[in-house]
Design a protein around this ligand. Structure first.
Ligand SMILES: [Zn+2]
Ligand SMILES: [Zn+2]
Length: 435
């Protein structure tokens, strides 16, 4: 196939017949985030490359191998965002949003770009929904963050089918001890580690734990566990998170192997994991990154958040028995014959659409017969046919397309009123989701 009609590898189209899923999920997530007091933040799709080098961490796979980086005509190096947090943190600093009061709570929908290896269920352009909170160290913030993710999954009826895996990776102080233990352990396997992990060994040995190479991950299985090394403060923090999750009835498993792939994580890390969707089952991952804002040159400010993969979630829902509500079909189709009737149709449609009714008419120039065929095809619930006779009488028949039942309807100011009456009497229940 010619390149011009083929999408770039790793990108996807959302077709008109499927977009309702995205719209439904986005609406649900906005509502849920809103009910927790999060407000939307929108940041650019590209940022200065340095932001991600600093904010994601230059020992990560993302920064080392996967970023879409290029120079502008002016010679500035910019990068398409590989994740949503760095941009939000940059905006927080640039606009000093923290001066408006703490905590700052924001949610985002972003498209992200990573040059991933070719692999099923891996996209090079993918979409995330995420929450961010800044300016609170309390375990209550961690618990609230996790509760928000949980309640999104609950509303989709998959809350009990995902497992929430929780861990604490400690603070920089207690991690020093842990790094020492990791270095000692991995040094014994130096000969077997991949090149990337060898370079990580000195700078960030924890990254070795989520190396995707089979040899490295086999070695990592017996590596020391971070939970055995965390300090009393971190342990107490972790207990606080668990206590509030228990109080909220959120079930979790402590999984000491979860470390997340980004350098700036501290203390709480968590993942919602599903089994059976592609290479990796993590639908949502997040945690605390108290070091991030400082890393970006700001004052010390604790922070936390999560990101939820939209494509993964939709794949999961598609493979489950959960049915997202299908959007309304056309409520009224007005067929017309002749210019006068067409003008009338446009006039009536303006009235009826202003009442929130989904209504269509012919915009192709079809015969009456073909118009009715189209009305059938789009599943129109009612139809009206306009010709010279109807215009003259200012009355027409409205037909219930399912039952075949016909009624008279006024074509003057009473049109909308009559239609709504017919609709109510037919007992037609249209889904409320998109209203
Ligand atoms: Zn600690
Ligand atoms: Zn490796």
């Amino acid at each position: 196939m010619a390149l011009i009609t083929k999408r770039v590898y790793g990108s996807e189209d959302v077709l008109p017949k499927d977009s309702y899923k995205w719209q439904f999920l986005e609406k649900l997530m906005r509502e849920e985030a809103g009910s927790f007091g999060f407000k939307e933040i929108r940041t650019p799709v590209f940022e200065h490359t340095e932001l991600f080098q600093r904010g994601v961490g230059d020992t990560t796979d993302i920064v080392q191998k996967e970023m879409y980086t290029f120079n502008t005509k002016g010679g500035t190096s910019i990068t398409l965002r590989p994740e949503g947090t760095a941009g939000a943190a940059r905006a927080l600093l640039e606009h000093a949003i923290y001066n408006d009061g703490l905590p700052v709570k924001a949610y985002y929908f972003v498209s992200c770009y990573r040059y991933e290896k070719k692999q099923a269920n891996r996209y090079r352009e993918f979409h995330q929904f995420g929450l961010e909170a800044y300016g609170t160290e309390s375990p209550a913030a961690d618990a609230e963050m996790i509760c928000a993710a949980q309640s999104i999954f609950d509303r989709l009826y998959i809350g009990d089918r995902l497992s929430l895996e929780l861990n604490s990776i400690g603070c920089p102080e207690c991690r020093a001890e842990y790094y020492k233990a990791l270095k000692e352990y991995f040094s014994q396997h130096k000969g077997d580690l991949c090149d990337t992990c060898l370079s990580r060994l000195e700078r960030n040995p924890m990254r070795i734990l989520d190396c995707k190479s089979p040899v490295c991950s086999e070695i990592a299985k017996n590596a020391p566990m971070v939970l055995d090394y965390i300090c009393d403060d971190c342990r107490e923090h972790f207990e606080g998170v668990k206590r509030l999750l228990d109080a909220s009835g959120v079930k979790y498993t402590v999984n000491p192997k979860i470390v997340r792939g980004l350098d700036y994580y501290t203390r709480t890390v968590f993942e919602f994991v599903a089994n059976g969707i592609g290479a990796q089952g993590t639908v949502c991952g997040g945690g605390r990154y108290d070091g991030l804002i400082e890393e970006l040159g700001g004052q010390r400010m604790p922070a936390l958040g999560f990101a939820l993969g939209m494509e993964r979630l939709i794949a999961l829902l598609d493979s489950s028995d959960v049915q997202l509500p299908i959007p309304d079909t056309c409520e009224l189709y007005i067929a017309s014959m002749g210019d006068k009737a067409q003008e009338k149709a446009f006039e009536l449609l303006k009235r009826i659409r202003s009442c929130g009714v989904y209504a269509e008419t012919d915009i192709v120039g079809r015969s009456l017969r073909a118009q009715m065929k189209y009305a059938d095809k789009i599943g129109a619930q009612f139809s009206v046919v306009l010709g010279d006779n109807e215009i003259e009488r200012s009355r027409a028949e409205i037909k219930n397309m399912q039952t075949g039942e016909k009624r008279e309807i006024r074509l003057d100011n009473g049109f909308a009123e009559d239609f709504l009456q017919v609709k109510i009497e037919s007992g037609n229940k249209s889904a409320e989701y998109f209203k």
